[in-house]
Ligand binder design. Structure first.
Ligand code: FES
Length: 98
């Protein structure tokens, strides 16, 4: 669905949800996920709805993902690196309202 503009043809391998996947080098983690069509990146803790990268500039926090064991990283603010371990935060439990 998404295409990387100015793709250099260089690629690298990262781990996404336990699978090895090949992504273009030099792009953000969010761009790589969109390129792979691996969205949503998480489910809302408020209402459980699927979320995906939106602003691509670090403002909306819709792209939160686990990177190398650290949760709630903004995927749009990190560049993909070879061997990176990415996990979409899909099983987050909902916050119950009173
Ligand atoms: S896409 Fe908005 S903060 Fe990452």
């Amino acid at each position: 669905m998404f295409k990387i503009l100015g793709d250099t043809g260089e690629h690298l391998v990262v781990e996404l949800d336990g699978d090895e996947v090949t992504v273009p080098a030099g792009v953000s983690v969010a761009a790589a996920l969109l390129y792979l069509d691996r969205i949503p990146t998480r489910h809302s803790v408020v209402n459980g709805l699927p979320r995906a990268p939106y602003c691509m500039m670090g403002v909306c926090f819709e792209c939160l993902i686990e990177v190398d064991g650290v949760v709630d990283q903004r995927a749009c603010q990190l560049q993909v690196r070879a061997g990176q371990r990415l996990r979409r935060q899909l099983a987050t439990s909902k916050v119950e309202s009173a």
